[in-house]
Design a binder for this molecule. Structure first.
Ligand code: AP5
Length: 215
Protein backbone atom coordinates (compact mmCIF):
# COMPACT_ATOMS: atom_id res chain seq x y z
CA UNK A 1 0.00 0.00 0.00
CA UNK A 2 1.27 3.49 -0.81
CA UNK A 3 -0.02 7.02 -1.31
CA UNK A 4 0.55 10.47 -2.68
CA UNK A 5 -0.80 13.57 -0.94
CA UNK A 6 -2.23 16.66 -2.64
CA UNK A 7 -1.60 19.57 -0.30
CA UNK A 8 -2.83 23.10 -0.97
CA UNK A 9 -5.14 25.85 0.19
CA UNK A 10 -8.84 26.08 -0.61
CA UNK A 11 -9.23 26.43 -4.38
CA UNK A 12 -5.62 25.42 -5.13
CA UNK A 13 -7.04 22.86 -7.57
CA UNK A 14 -6.56 19.62 -5.58
CA UNK A 15 -9.87 18.10 -6.70
CA UNK A 16 -9.42 19.20 -10.32
CA UNK A 17 -5.91 17.72 -10.46
CA UNK A 18 -7.11 14.49 -8.82
CA UNK A 19 -9.78 14.07 -11.53
CA UNK A 20 -7.06 14.11 -14.21
CA UNK A 21 -4.59 11.91 -12.31
CA UNK A 22 -7.36 9.34 -11.71
CA UNK A 23 -7.64 8.72 -15.45
CA UNK A 24 -3.89 8.25 -15.90
CA UNK A 25 -2.79 6.33 -12.78
CA UNK A 26 -4.11 3.59 -10.50
CA UNK A 27 -4.28 5.83 -7.41
CA UNK A 28 -7.67 5.77 -5.65
CA UNK A 29 -8.90 9.34 -5.04
CA UNK A 30 -9.83 9.99 -1.40
CA UNK A 31 -11.11 13.50 -0.68
CA UNK A 32 -12.06 14.05 2.95
CA UNK A 33 -14.11 17.10 1.88
CA UNK A 34 -16.13 14.91 -0.54
CA UNK A 35 -16.54 12.24 2.15
CA UNK A 36 -17.92 14.81 4.60
CA UNK A 37 -20.28 16.29 1.99
CA UNK A 38 -21.59 12.77 1.19
CA UNK A 39 -22.04 12.09 4.93
CA UNK A 40 -23.91 15.40 5.38
CA UNK A 41 -26.18 14.59 2.43
CA UNK A 42 -26.91 11.15 3.90
CA UNK A 43 -27.47 12.63 7.38
CA UNK A 44 -25.06 10.19 9.10
CA UNK A 45 -23.68 10.95 12.61
CA UNK A 46 -20.31 11.94 11.08
CA UNK A 47 -22.10 14.23 8.62
CA UNK A 48 -24.10 15.91 11.37
CA UNK A 49 -20.95 16.44 13.45
CA UNK A 50 -18.96 17.79 10.49
CA UNK A 51 -21.62 20.21 9.25
CA UNK A 52 -21.19 22.82 11.99
CA UNK A 53 -17.43 23.01 11.35
CA UNK A 54 -17.68 23.04 7.55
CA UNK A 55 -20.35 25.77 7.53
CA UNK A 56 -17.99 28.03 9.50
CA UNK A 57 -14.93 27.13 7.40
CA UNK A 58 -13.29 25.46 10.42
CA UNK A 59 -11.60 22.05 10.43
CA UNK A 60 -13.46 18.96 11.57
CA UNK A 61 -11.74 17.54 14.71
CA UNK A 62 -8.65 15.44 13.99
CA UNK A 63 -9.92 12.27 15.70
CA UNK A 64 -13.07 12.23 13.52
CA UNK A 65 -10.99 12.64 10.35
CA UNK A 66 -8.38 10.02 11.25
CA UNK A 67 -11.05 7.47 12.24
CA UNK A 68 -12.90 8.06 8.96
CA UNK A 69 -9.69 7.55 6.92
CA UNK A 70 -8.77 4.42 8.87
CA UNK A 71 -12.22 2.89 8.30
CA UNK A 72 -12.04 3.81 4.61
CA UNK A 73 -8.63 2.37 3.78
CA UNK A 74 -9.19 -0.83 5.72
CA UNK A 75 -11.83 -1.69 3.09
CA UNK A 76 -9.13 -2.11 0.41
CA UNK A 77 -6.46 -4.69 -0.28
CA UNK A 78 -2.85 -4.33 0.86
CA UNK A 79 -1.89 -3.39 -2.73
CA UNK A 80 -4.14 -0.31 -2.88
CA UNK A 81 -2.62 3.04 -3.87
CA UNK A 82 -4.16 6.30 -2.65
CA UNK A 83 -4.25 9.91 -3.68
CA UNK A 84 -5.25 11.91 -0.59
CA UNK A 85 -6.92 15.24 -1.40
CA UNK A 86 -7.39 17.60 1.56
CA UNK A 87 -5.91 15.12 4.04
CA UNK A 88 -3.87 15.42 6.18
CA UNK A 89 -4.63 19.00 7.13
CA UNK A 90 -2.94 19.37 10.53
CA UNK A 91 0.30 18.12 12.05
CA UNK A 92 -1.81 15.79 14.25
CA UNK A 93 -3.47 14.27 11.19
CA UNK A 94 -0.08 13.82 9.50
CA UNK A 95 1.26 12.03 12.58
CA UNK A 96 -1.92 9.91 12.69
CA UNK A 97 -1.40 8.95 9.04
CA UNK A 98 2.26 8.07 9.70
CA UNK A 99 1.21 5.78 12.58
CA UNK A 100 -1.55 4.16 10.55
CA UNK A 101 0.75 3.59 7.56
CA UNK A 102 3.55 2.23 9.80
CA UNK A 103 1.08 -0.31 11.23
CA UNK A 104 0.10 -1.37 7.70
CA UNK A 105 3.62 -1.38 6.22
CA UNK A 106 2.50 1.37 3.80
CA UNK A 107 4.50 4.30 2.43
CA UNK A 108 3.92 7.93 1.45
CA UNK A 109 5.66 8.48 -1.90
CA UNK A 110 5.27 12.21 -2.58
CA UNK A 111 3.51 15.24 -1.11
CA UNK A 112 2.60 17.71 -3.88
CA UNK A 113 2.38 21.23 -2.53
CA UNK A 114 0.07 23.12 -4.93
CA UNK A 115 0.87 26.79 -4.62
CA UNK A 116 -1.32 29.52 -6.06
CA UNK A 117 -1.23 33.25 -5.20
CA UNK A 118 -4.01 34.04 -2.70
CA UNK A 119 -5.58 36.64 -5.03
CA UNK A 120 -6.29 33.81 -7.52
CA UNK A 121 -7.94 31.54 -4.93
CA UNK A 122 -10.97 33.69 -4.10
CA UNK A 123 -12.29 34.05 -7.68
CA UNK A 124 -11.65 30.33 -8.23
CA UNK A 125 -13.88 29.50 -5.26
CA UNK A 126 -16.64 32.05 -5.78
CA UNK A 127 -16.94 30.90 -9.42
CA UNK A 128 -16.91 27.16 -8.70
CA UNK A 129 -20.04 25.15 -9.51
CA UNK A 130 -20.46 21.44 -8.70
CA UNK A 131 -22.84 18.84 -10.11
CA UNK A 132 -25.39 17.76 -7.52
CA UNK A 133 -25.56 14.21 -8.87
CA UNK A 134 -22.04 13.24 -10.05
CA UNK A 135 -19.86 15.81 -8.24
CA UNK A 136 -18.12 17.07 -11.43
CA UNK A 137 -16.51 20.47 -10.83
CA UNK A 138 -16.87 23.49 -13.15
CA UNK A 139 -16.00 27.16 -13.05
CA UNK A 140 -18.22 29.87 -14.48
CA UNK A 141 -15.22 31.46 -16.28
CA UNK A 142 -12.32 28.98 -16.40
CA UNK A 143 -14.27 25.78 -17.02
CA UNK A 144 -17.86 26.65 -17.94
CA UNK A 145 -20.39 23.91 -18.73
CA UNK A 146 -21.84 23.87 -22.27
CA UNK A 147 -25.22 24.91 -20.87
CA UNK A 148 -25.33 27.25 -17.86
CA UNK A 149 -26.26 25.47 -14.65
CA UNK A 150 -26.28 21.99 -16.23
CA UNK A 151 -23.62 19.27 -15.93
CA UNK A 152 -22.10 18.23 -19.29
CA UNK A 153 -21.65 14.66 -18.07
CA UNK A 154 -25.07 13.68 -16.73
CA UNK A 155 -27.35 16.71 -17.05
CA UNK A 156 -27.38 17.18 -13.25
CA UNK A 157 -28.04 20.56 -11.63
CA UNK A 158 -24.93 22.65 -10.86
CA UNK A 159 -24.85 24.27 -7.43
CA UNK A 160 -22.60 26.55 -5.43
CA UNK A 161 -21.14 25.03 -2.24
CA UNK A 162 -22.41 26.74 0.95
CA UNK A 163 -18.81 27.23 2.13
CA UNK A 164 -17.90 29.06 -1.11
CA UNK A 165 -19.37 32.38 0.08
CA UNK A 166 -16.75 35.11 0.54
CA UNK A 167 -16.97 35.30 4.36
CA UNK A 168 -16.40 31.55 4.80
CA UNK A 169 -13.69 31.51 2.12
CA UNK A 170 -11.72 34.15 4.05
CA UNK A 171 -11.94 32.03 7.20
CA UNK A 172 -10.90 28.87 5.27
CA UNK A 173 -7.82 30.73 3.98
CA UNK A 174 -6.96 31.86 7.49
CA UNK A 175 -7.43 28.31 8.82
CA UNK A 176 -5.22 26.98 6.03
CA UNK A 177 -2.42 29.44 6.89
CA UNK A 178 -2.62 28.70 10.61
CA UNK A 179 -3.30 24.94 10.76
CA UNK A 180 -2.37 23.38 7.41
CA UNK A 181 0.60 25.32 6.02
CA UNK A 182 2.92 24.00 8.80
CA UNK A 183 2.68 20.67 6.94
CA UNK A 184 4.92 22.14 4.23
CA UNK A 185 7.88 22.13 6.65
CA UNK A 186 6.78 18.85 8.22
CA UNK A 187 7.02 17.02 4.87
CA UNK A 188 10.08 18.98 3.73
CA UNK A 189 11.93 17.51 6.71
CA UNK A 190 11.17 13.97 5.55
CA UNK A 191 12.16 14.88 1.96
CA UNK A 192 8.68 14.12 0.58
CA UNK A 193 7.67 17.63 -0.49
CA UNK A 194 7.40 18.46 -4.22
CA UNK A 195 6.49 22.08 -5.00
CA UNK A 196 4.05 22.58 -7.88
CA UNK A 197 3.11 25.93 -9.42
CA UNK A 198 -0.67 25.39 -9.62
CA UNK A 199 -1.57 28.77 -11.10
CA UNK A 200 -1.40 27.78 -14.78
CA UNK A 201 -3.13 25.42 -17.18
CA UNK A 202 -4.68 22.30 -15.59
CA UNK A 203 -3.10 19.91 -18.16
CA UNK A 204 0.37 21.40 -17.64
CA UNK A 205 0.02 21.06 -13.86
CA UNK A 206 -1.10 17.42 -14.21
CA UNK A 207 1.80 16.78 -16.62
CA UNK A 208 4.40 18.03 -14.15
CA UNK A 209 2.92 15.91 -11.33
CA UNK A 210 2.77 12.82 -13.57
CA UNK A 211 6.45 13.30 -14.48
CA UNK A 212 7.35 13.04 -10.80
CA UNK A 213 5.05 10.05 -10.13
CA UNK A 214 6.37 8.14 -13.14
CA UNK A 215 10.08 8.98 -12.70
P1 AP5 B 1 -12.46 20.51 0.98
O1 AP5 B 1 -13.60 20.06 0.16
O2 AP5 B 1 -11.24 19.68 1.03
O3 AP5 B 1 -12.15 22.01 0.59
P2 AP5 B 1 -10.78 22.79 0.37
O4 AP5 B 1 -9.52 22.18 0.86
O5 AP5 B 1 -11.09 24.14 0.90
O6 AP5 B 1 -10.54 22.67 -1.09
P3 AP5 B 1 -11.55 22.92 -2.21
O7 AP5 B 1 -12.38 21.71 -2.48
O8 AP5 B 1 -12.30 24.19 -1.92
O9 AP5 B 1 -10.57 23.28 -3.41
P4 AP5 B 1 -9.68 22.39 -4.38
O10 AP5 B 1 -8.25 22.63 -4.06
O11 AP5 B 1 -10.13 20.96 -4.44
O12 AP5 B 1 -10.01 23.14 -5.72
P5 AP5 B 1 -10.86 22.67 -7.00
O13 AP5 B 1 -10.10 21.66 -7.77
O14 AP5 B 1 -12.27 22.34 -6.63
O15 AP5 B 1 -12.93 20.71 2.51
C1 AP5 B 1 -14.13 21.41 2.82
C2 AP5 B 1 -14.28 21.46 4.34
O16 AP5 B 1 -14.35 20.11 4.88
C3 AP5 B 1 -13.09 22.10 5.09
O17 AP5 B 1 -13.22 23.51 5.18
C4 AP5 B 1 -13.22 21.42 6.47
O18 AP5 B 1 -14.23 22.01 7.23
C5 AP5 B 1 -13.65 20.00 6.11
N1 AP5 B 1 -12.50 19.09 5.93
C6 AP5 B 1 -12.14 18.44 4.78
N2 AP5 B 1 -11.04 17.71 4.98
C7 AP5 B 1 -10.68 17.88 6.27
C8 AP5 B 1 -9.62 17.40 7.07
N3 AP5 B 1 -8.67 16.57 6.57
N4 AP5 B 1 -9.56 17.80 8.36
C9 AP5 B 1 -10.50 18.60 8.90
N5 AP5 B 1 -11.53 19.10 8.20
C10 AP5 B 1 -11.62 18.75 6.89
O19 AP5 B 1 -10.83 24.03 -7.84
C11 AP5 B 1 -11.52 25.20 -7.41
C12 AP5 B 1 -12.09 25.92 -8.63
O20 AP5 B 1 -11.01 26.40 -9.42
C13 AP5 B 1 -12.94 25.01 -9.55
O21 AP5 B 1 -14.02 25.76 -10.05
C14 AP5 B 1 -11.97 24.63 -10.70
O22 AP5 B 1 -12.67 24.44 -11.91
C15 AP5 B 1 -11.04 25.86 -10.75
N6 AP5 B 1 -9.67 25.49 -11.07
C16 AP5 B 1 -8.95 24.46 -10.53
N7 AP5 B 1 -7.71 24.44 -11.06
C17 AP5 B 1 -7.66 25.49 -11.94
C18 AP5 B 1 -6.63 26.01 -12.80
N8 AP5 B 1 -5.42 25.45 -12.87
N9 AP5 B 1 -6.92 27.10 -13.55
C19 AP5 B 1 -8.16 27.69 -13.49
N10 AP5 B 1 -9.16 27.25 -12.70
C20 AP5 B 1 -8.91 26.16 -11.93
Amino acid sequence: MDAIILLGGPGAGKGTLAETLKTKTDFIHISTGDMFRAAMKAGTPVGLEAKAFIDRGELVPDEVVIRMIEERIKQDSQSARYMFDGFPRTIEQAKGLNELFASMDAAILHVFNLSVPSEVLIPRLTGRRTCRSCGAVYHIMYRPPKEEGVCDLDGGELYQRDDDCEKTILNRLEVYNRQTSPLIDFYKQSDLLRDVDASGDVRAIAGSVLNVIQS
